[in-house]
Design a protein. Structure first.
Length: 230
């Protein structure tokens, strides 16, 4: 009878020791090593639903409060981008995409062992801008006046609302490896500017408001827990 009681006591002590593993630290700093992202659509991009790979594109600070963690995170992306506009035989754009965001939110652990599933919610601000050129790819239009190249710029800025699900694995109490995914509801003000590469440099500006659902299915990184409150 004593052995089962001792075993139960040992398990209880072990669970208690790990139950608030991350809660024993006041805050955490996280770096996103890799993210798979769906970027905002640019003009009439044909492949806007394809995912973009991003490396070391985000940092996060979390303030731990027992069962909840309050998170402040930001992302930054700045790389060249090519895409077909309207269709693959219509126009091709070539330029640079700059995209960054700031979010504030919370997360809650579902369990408190070394493996911790969690869910959360963020709100924030996002800015995305593409600047480059647009060239005709339809040879039947080469002789027409509207087949000249264009300098283009598209910018979007607006608010984000993002539900989050993820999991953390803590090999030791000071470090966690995390993987999470989220869905961004992006409501933005869009400004599109085109300048024809003709004699008059004809300029066109369009403004619009758009709502997009952007799936970011996977990001992975490392968290370092600091400020022990024991």
């Amino acid at each position: 009878m004593k052995k089962p009681l001792l075993l139960a006591l040992f398990l209880l002590i072990t669970v208690t020791a790990f139950s608030q593993m991350n809660g024993d630290y006041n805050y955490s700093i996280a770096i996103r090593g890799y993210s798979m992202l769906e970027m905002p659509k640019v003009f009439n991009e044909t492949s806007s639903d394809k995912f973009t790979d991003a490396y070391f594109n985000g940092v996060m600070v979390k303030f731990n409060d027992n069962q909840f963690s309050y998170r402040l995170n930001g992302t930054y992306y700045n790389k060249s981008k090519k895409f077909f506009n309207e269709c693959e035989t219509c126009q091709e754009a070539d330029g640079k995409l700059v995209d960054y965001s700031f979010k504030l939110g919370f997360e809650k652990n579902i369990s408190y062992s070394r493996i911790q599933p969690y869910f959360g919610f963020d709100i924030g601000y996002r800015y995305s801008r593409f600047k480059g050129s647009l060239q005709n790819r339809n040879q039947l239009r080469d002789v027409s006046a509207d087949a000249v190249g264009q300098n283009i710029e598209s910018s979007k800025q607006g608010i984000l609302a993002s539900p989050v699900v993820g999991i953390k694995i803590s090999p030791i109490s000071q470090i966690s490896i995390f993987a999470e995914g989220n869905l961004d509801l992006f409501y933005s003000f869009e400004r599109q500017k085109t300048i024809l590469q003709d004699v008059d440099n004809t300029r066109t500006v369009n403004n619009d408001r758009k709502t997009e659902f952007l799936l970011n299915p996977f990001s992975v990184g490392i968290q370092i827990h600091l400020g022990s409150n024991k």
